[in-house]
Design a protein around this ligand. Structure first.
Ligand SMILES: C[S@@+](CC[C@H](N)C(=O)[O-])C[C@H]1O[C@@H](n2cnc3c(N)ncnc32)[C@H](O)[C@@H]1O
Length: 376
């Protein structure tokens, strides 16, 4: 970074605007931006570098290395396997942002507000920080292409769509799956409280990632079993974690992983089907295709047990404040994949052959649409 970051982060009290010379007109003065305005611009412009610095700290596991205490920079570097001089500058940079605190002896500790950088925190955001500053930020190099054409910037940069790319880069995919799990945890807690799960036997989570959503629901309902359907590489890694007893996975055989391409097949036999944060990744035609495959599986199920239900869980476009999320989605997957509005979701489920039973907004902002398949 090429700017004085201390200046950028130590925003001064707003000062009255001072006239500054307009160099194009001799003797003429125009109002200059206040120092605070200038600092805000510089802070935003340098944001990418700070996000990368945060991600490097997350990758090195510095928050876990500190383990609630304080250490000198050279000890942090030694434990993280990093260069001590650069680690010192990294710590100073992130101290400016409020991530770390430096005491009078020069030792660093993690600021309380950044406790979620620890991988061991139950609401950790460690992998999310890495995903945002690495794969997603790389994809944002394609933003000009998305703005000009409406096409995915991700594809422009990586030469293939998001999931095809992840399938060929196990480390990027591991971070992606773990970041999705981190984002899902607050939603799972609310979803699992839905009393409805207590009356049924089997939940099938379609595009369920590493199984975090199912694991949370199963933990709250001890008689329930779950099948997590996802791409083969995702299921393979998740199974290995389950075998290793990692995370909060139930080790009692109630959670299974089923590799499948959800555009082609979804298993029958579920009492509840879950589709969380899956549909918005795709254009209208492919959203409809996924729902058609799910509906066929549900209709096959009805022949053998009580009518299954589908729970679609999605963040919606509710206000202009969701514009940033939508832009982000467009860069990753193209313009046709922007977030749904409520009426768009109603129309989609009807077109796909479902009857909408209820729509509910969860406290965290996701919406749950409960549907049954209509036989044609
Ligand atoms: C945005 S993530 C959501 C994960 C999880 N449902 C959650 O909410 O945390 C979308 C998921 O869809 C999966 N997926 C994408 N294409 C797929 C396909 N063709 N077949 C199966 N799963 C797929 C991805 O691997 C990923 O786990």
């Amino acid at each position: 970074m090429d700017i004085d970051q201390r200046y950028a982060y130590e925003a001064e009290e707003p000062r009255p605007e001072e006239p500054a010379a307009d160099e194009s007109v001799p003797g003429k003065s125009v109002p200059d931006a206040s120092a605070a305005d200038e600092a805000r611009i510089m802070q935003l412009a340098a944001g990418g570098g700070f996000a990368r610095a945060l991600a490097v700290a997350a990758r090195l596991g510095i928050a876990d290395i500190l383990d609630g205490g304080r250490l000198p920079y050279h000890e942090i570097a030694a434990r993280g396997g990093a260069d001590p001089d650069v680690t010192r500058r990294l710590m100073e940079t992130l101290t400016l942002c409020g991530v770390f605190e430096r005491d009078a002896c020069g030792d660093y500790g993690l600021a309380a507000a950044f406790a979620r950088l620890r991988g061991s925190h139950p609401r950790s955001l460690r992998n999310f920080c890495v995903l945002m500053a690495e794969t997603y930020d790389d994809a944002f190099a394609g933003l000009p292409h998305t703005v000009a054409t409406g096409e995915s910037g991700f594809e422009r940069v990586f030469g293939k769509p998001l999931y095809a790319y992840l399938a060929g880069d196990p480390e990027a995919e591991r971070v992606f799956d773990a970041a999705m799990a981190e984002l899902a945890r607050p939603v799972v807690a609310e979803l699992a409280r839905r009393a409805d799960f207590g009356t049924v036997r089997r939940v099938i989570d379609i595009g369920g990632g590493d199984g975090t959503v199912l694991a949370g629901v199963l933990a709250a309902h001890p008689l329930l079993e779950g099948v997590c359907v996802d791409r083969p590489s995702v299921c393979e890694r998740a199974r290995a974690r389950l075998r290793a007893g990692a995370g909060e996975r139930p080790a009692d055989g109630r959670l299974a992983f089923r590799p499948a391409d959800i555009f082609a097949e979804v298993p029958a036999g579920g009492d509840r089907y879950l589709l969380k944060n899956v549909l918005h990744d795709w254009d209208a035609e492919r959203r409809l295709r996924i729902l058609t495959v799910v509906r066929e599986a549900m209709l096959r199920t009805e022949a053998t047990r009580a009518t299954p239900r589908l729970l679609i869980v999605e963040p919606l476009q509710e206000s202009d404040a969701d514009g940033a999320h939508t832009l982000f989605q467009m860069v990753m997957c193209g313009k046709d994949t922007e977030l749904f509005t409520g009426p768009e979701m109603h129309k989609l489920v009807q077109t796909a052959g479902f009857t909408l039973l209820s729509a509910e907004r969860l406290a965290g902002g996701h919406h749950v649409f409960e549907c049954v398949a209509v036989a044609s």
